[in-house]
Design a protein around this ligand. Structure first.
Ligand code: AMP
Length: 282
């Protein structure tokens, strides 16, 4: 596993690999790796000749009141985990190389970025779209891997890749969960024991939606009411949003037809977590 810090060196490495006919797969992360990240790495190994993983905690996707400074960082442990996968390159760009003084250009994916998490984190997806654009330009992959855990993010990146003519295949992979259904997340490390136990209610609520729809419920208001009541049984959990939407447009729906995205964000104490489930009505 080669470690590259310099964006120019990364660019040239990839260019050379591609000139030899190699298919470059890319997994962007913010580190504090868990099995969710590693499932992306595993798939990248299968689908590419050269696998590049990046670790970069992107300052411009955090608002000033958010957890950029405290975000879990453990590059030593991450490197050990990645060594088991024999990836080709770990790209670790320093922040001042990606965002030098005077940086002024941002990428905005309209409409999709304003829904769901965009309402409470208005500059978040512009930060995400900008860093992913930069990483795509530097790594120049043939295929890039993202988790459905961040459903809105992968949709925005697909839209951006299409709109900006990136010749990159975007692959989305299922959410990896803990034993009790909680979606794996680097932020789960913030939870104390009690909060960790309560956090399982989020996936329980999403699973309830699935069961109710399988039993024939089609009324979204009734479904959301039941989900909210269930989540309300855990006093430490405060919903930011819970909604049912079209999985392609994120437009909210009133009744269940075909595939529907149930998505939520919630504060467990001070920790904001997100989760979602795409449910299909027969
Ligand atoms: P992050 O380090 O949180 O920016 O995540 C890097 C990538 O890993 C993103 O594409 C995430 O969607 C994906 N990811 C995070 N958590 C999970 C999970 N539990 N299952 C699958 N993919 C995940």
């Amino acid at each position: 596993m080669r470690e590259i810090k310099n964006p120019r060196e990364m660019y040239l490495y990839s260019l050379k690999a591609k000139s030899h006919g190699k298919r470059v797969g890319f997994v962007p992360t913010m580190g504090a790796l868990h099995e969710g990240h590693l499932s992306l790495v595993e798939e990248a190994k299968k689908k590419s000749d050269i696998v590049v993983v990046s670790i970069f905690v992107n300052p411009i996707q955090f608002a000033p009141n958010e957890d950029f400074t405290g975000y879990p960082r453990n590059t030593g442990r991450d490197k050990k985990l990645l060594k088991n996968f024999a990836i080709d390159v770990l790209f670790l760009p320093p922040a001042d190389k990606l965002f030098p003084d005077g940086f002024k250009t941002f990428v905005e994916v309209d409409v999709l970025s304003k829904k769901m998490c965009g309402r409470s984190r208005p500059a978040h997806f512009r930060g995400v779209a900008t860093i992913v654009t930069k990483l795509f330009n530097i790594v120049n992959p043939d295929v890039a891997f993202f988790g459905e855990k961040d459903y809105q993010q992968q949709l925005i990146i697909r839209q951006m890749a299409a709109d900006l003519n990136f010749p990159i295949e975007v692959v989305s992979l299922p959410t990896v969960r803990e034993f009790d259904g909680l979606a794996m997340s680097s932020r789960n490390a913030y939870l104390n024991q009690k909060e960790r136990k309560s956090a399982a209610i989020l996936y329980k609520a999403l699973s309830l939606a699935q069961r109710e729809i399988q039993s024939g419920e089609r009324d979204v208001n009734k479904l959301l009411f039941r989900l909210r009541s269930l989540i309300g049984s855990e006093p430490v959990v405060r919903l930011d949003y819970l909604l049912a939407a079209d999985p392609r447009t994120l437009q909210e729906v009133k009744s269940i037809k075909g595939k529907v995205l149930f998505a939520l964000a919630a504060y467990i104490g001070k920790t904001r977590l997100i989760d979602n489930l795409v449910v299909e009505a027969e």
